[in-house]
Design a protein around this ligand. Structure first.
Ligand code: GTP
Length: 835
């Protein structure tokens, strides 16, 4: 504060400058405070400069303020007039707009900004953004944020700044260009103002009220601010608009989300969510995790749909397989692929002969030097088209693949011997193909035979809705001889025809997927899988997961025994490089990298093991009878281990003599020595019991058996083992009990009580005694009595149990001849497995 200011202020407060000069600090203090209070910090750190701008010929504050107020008042009156005018205009425009919704609101007395904005601002947007100062709800938070000291002042002066006052908006050359870009509340879009809103005083205060600024100066600064605002107005409006965003029609949630998370998704304040839940009877806070029901209840209350987020499980390769299958349907890279054919029919009707003929004639002839090898499937070429035949004939293979979710067959060739006609398995084959929805081509075989009667076969098949085209149906019938080769080409051509009708296509460019046709463990190659590629192209080196196994394609061999680098759709290949042998019908999926493939494969193997443990309830002697009944067992499988060969043989013979209602014992393995892990694995895989005679399981075998639920029974008496198994098969196996001494007591006192008998006051020396225990009275080393505890007390209370180191009072059922010094032995009968 300058000396001059102090003087001025002192005058204002009636102080003499002399006082100041005299250096009366108390008075000076008061006056400074008063000045500050009165001026609202008129003095800055560089008051000279400021004052130079503000003051008018060195006038004091007291004389400046009324002039500033007048100026402000005038300005505000002007504003109000403008506001009223503009309000009318905007009302008119709104009406106009309502009339013609399709026209952009050009007629509106638009502010420059509105005009410059693309009329694209959609109808609603234009009404809300351009002339919509009213759309923003005046929430306390926003009001606070928007408040500037100047607003405070105006309110303090009894003026109400109305949110909808349009006067602030227009920029039509008004003296208040700064408000034009911020229709609702001038300070809102300005970064500076927002900051000031939070910190009154300092800059904010000065900026909010600077009565002595020259008009042009202020206009200049606000113009600048306005320009600045115009550049950044839109993005900065975003936070305030959040509350106005409508609820989504549906939303995805995860269980465990809290009100804050949901608030973000639903464009609502977390507090509102908490309140809503409260109204629904759920007490929660913003951070508390919500369960599925609560979230769905909330969604229902809002009238919107809640969809739980599905987490994709990459170990679910069946799902990946399906996704790839679906993806191929949409793919533009689809190309025609060879059909996959299964040959089905009754026994001896010629399936194998046909497959052999196709393989040898078609493969060996056309693929020079090709050595056909059995890889579960092979391809045959006809007229430059390929057909893939699955090498496993019969509906059992077809259906077992299907049962395991592998539907790889496109066409079934139903083979019927012309000299035999429709037989039971022919009908079964028809049913299997039909239930799979696979088209059938009928091949009437053995046409070379003298007794061949294709007409009869056709008539029979017509009873099963297989009507040849000649009779108005759509089933292809071909007369063949698998033996002579008659009609084979015609059959192949018809398969191609059928395939064309089916429009079989695949995308060779997508990620490869396939199905295992057969798998085995090869001595030289390790695990080997014959795979039929269904989509994409499998390449050597690809990281793969096959069923519960994983690896990297090390080698690929085609049906001609040649090493290939890649396999395209419908091509069967033998692959090596897996860590284990998969099962037929297992799916093959290619992964991005070996690490992921390994992780997925291991996870799947773990899951499979777990599932196996959960599902497979191994047969035990205890559940044998029930299992036999439930599963209609024809035999009880036993793994037998004994100390010597002789015992093993004797036991085996005795076991094999057991016959309970036609069910017999089947010794699947017998041997000498301890029960080892291999015995447990065998028993586990075959759902067998293990009987050990004078032998024990190894520690590893014991824990494996416990893990896999394999029942190991140990005996040292042959007939006991035989009896147990027999009894178990008859459902009569009684649980065996063993006595276990639980405590020893010494009688220290006795009381004779009429109606009760003799009460023994005894001390528990070790263990414990309980009210259900058996009790033995031992006198001079001789058991005098063996009975049960009748009552057990401590002091006057009946108790369940008394432990070592305590006295108790007990009576013995039907025995009163208890004497001081008697030893009491408490025991229990515990169920034990025979050992
Ligand atoms: N004459 C003649 N005999 C045939 C023809 N096709 C197969 N056979 C004979 O019929 C018998 C059975 O043939 P397979 O090919 O083994 O029949 P399948 O249907 O595979 O029989 P299963 O494997 O037992 O289901 C064999 O002796 C064949 O030689 C044929 O077209 N003509």
């Amino acid at each position: 504060m300058t000396k001059k200011q102090v003087n001025e202020s002192s005058k204002e407060l009636g102080m003499d400058s002399k006082d100041e000069k005299k250096g009366k600090p108390g008075k000076l203090k008061i006056s400074v405070h008063a000045i500050r209070k009165g001026e609202k910090k008129p003095a800055n750190k560089k008051p000279g400069k400021r004052r130079g701008n503000r003051s008018n010929g060195g006038q004091g504050n007291s004389s400046r303020r009324p002039a500033a107020r007048d100026l402000l008042k005038n300005l505000k009156q002007k504003q109000r007039v403008e506001e009223v005018h503009l309000n009318e205009q905007s009302q008119a425009a709104r009406k106009e707009y309502q009339k013609n919704l399709n026209k952009p609101a050009q007629e509106a007395p638009a502010a420059k900004k509105a005009e410059s904005e693309p009329a694209a601002a959609s109808a609603s947007a234009s009404s809300s953004k351009v002339r919509g100062p009213k759309i923003l709800k005046p929430s306390p938070a926003r009001m606070k944020q928007n408040e500037t000291p100047s607003e405070n002042r105006s309110r303090g002066n009894g003026e109400r700044r109305h949110a909808s006052r349009p006067s602030k908006r227009p920029s039509s050359g008004s003296q208040r260009p700064d408000f034009s870009a911020a229709p609702m509340a001038a300070p809102e879009p300005s970064k500076d103002n927002r900051r000031r809103g939070g910190k009154p005083g300092r800059k904010g205060q000065n900026a909010g009220f600077q009565p002595d600024h020259s008009h042009s100066d202020r206009a200049e600064r606000r113009k600048k601010k306005n320009n600045k605002h115009q550049q950044s107005a839109q993005p900065k409006k975003q936070p305030t608009q959040r509350k106005e965003r409508p609820l989504p029609e549906s939303f995805e949630y995860e269980v465990g989300m809290n009100a804050q998370d949901l608030g973000k998704i639903l464009h609502r304040e977390p507090a509102e969510i908490v309140k809503k839940l409260f109204m629904l009877g759920i007490m929660t806070n913003q951070n508390q995790s919500l369960d599925k029901d609560t979230i769905e209840l909330l969604a229902a209350d809002y009238g919107i749909e809640a969809v739980e987020k599905v987490h994709e499980d990459i170990s679910d390769i069946d799902n990946i397989f399906e996704q790839e299958m679906e993806a191929s349907k949409e793919s533009k890279n689809q190309t025609v692929r060879p059909p996959v054919v299964t040959i089905m029919g009754h026994v001896d009707h010629g399936k194998t002969t046909l497959l052999d003929r196709l393989r040898h004639t078609r493969v060996s002839e056309h693929e020079a030097g090709g050595i056909t090898q059995s890889i579960g499937a092979y391809q045959v070429r006809i007229n430059d088209r390929l057909i893939t035949f699955l090498d496993t004939p019969g509906h059992a293979a077809f259906s077992s693949m299907r049962a395991r979710g592998a539907e790889i067959t496109d066409i079934v060739v139903l083979i019927v011997a012309a000299d035999d006609g429709v037989m039971p398995q022919t009908i079964e084959a028809i049913d299997h193909a039909k239930s799979a929805g696979v088209p059938i081509i009928v091949a009437i075989n053995k046409m070379d035979k003298p007794g061949a009667n294709p007409q009869h076969v056709t008539e029979q098949l017509m009873n099963y809705e297989l009507i040849p085209e000649a009779y108005g149906g759509s089933t292809i019938f071909v007369d063949i001889s698998a033996k002579t080769g008659l009609g084979i080409d015609e059959l192949l051509e018809n398969i191609i025809l059928e395939a064309d009708m089916l429009e079989l296509k695949a995308d060779p460019k997508q990620k490869a997927i396939g199905t295992v046709v057969e798998a085995r463990l090869s001595r030289g190659k390790g695990p080997v899988a014959d795979v039929l590629i269904q989509q994409g192209t499998l390449r050597v080196g690809d990281p793969i997961v096959v069923g519960d196994t994983f690896g990297r394609v090390r080698t690929m061999t085609n049906d001609k025994g040649r090493q290939v680098k890649k396999a395209t759709p419908a091509m069967p290949v033998e692959i090596t490089g897996l860590n284990d042998v998969p099962e037929s019908a297992d799916k093959l999926v290619v992964f991005e990298d070996e690490k992921t493939a390994r992780a997925v494969g291991e996870a799947r193997a773990q899951q499979a093991l777990q599932k196996q443990r959960e599902n497979v309830q191994h047969v035990t002697l205890d559940n044998l009878f029930d299992t036999m009944k439930r599963e209609s067992m024809k035999s009880v499988d036993i793994v037998l281990k004994a100390d010597v060969q002789g015992s093993a043989e004797a036991l085996a013979q005795s076991f094999q003599k057991i016959d309970v209602e036609g069910v017999r014992v089947n010794i699947i393995h017998s041997g000498v020595g301890a029960i080892n892990e291999s015995d447990v694995t065998l028993a586990s895989a075959s759902n067998a019991l293990i009987i050990g005679f004078n032998v024990r399981p190894t520690a590893m075998a014991k824990s494996q058996a416990a893990q896999e639920g394999v029942d190991i029974r140990l005996y040292s008496i042959i007939y006991k083992a035989i009896d147990d198994v027999k009894a178990a098969m008859q459902g009569m196996l009684e649980p065996t009990y063993e006595e276990k001494v639980i405590g020893n007591l010494t009688v220290r006192e006795t009381w004779k009580v009429s109606k009760i008998g003799t009460i023994a006051g005894a001390f528990v020396d070790n263990g414990y005694v309980n009210s259900d225990a058996g009790i033995r009275v031992i006198r001079d080393g001789v058991v005098k009595y063996d009975g049960k505890v009748a009552s057990l007390r401590r002091f006057k209370d009946d108790v369940k149990e008394v432990k070592a180191g305590f006295d108790c009072g007990l009576t013995i059922e039907k025995f009163n001849d208890i004497k001081v010094g008697d030893q009491l032995e408490a025991y229990e009968m515990q169920e034990v497995k025979p050992s």
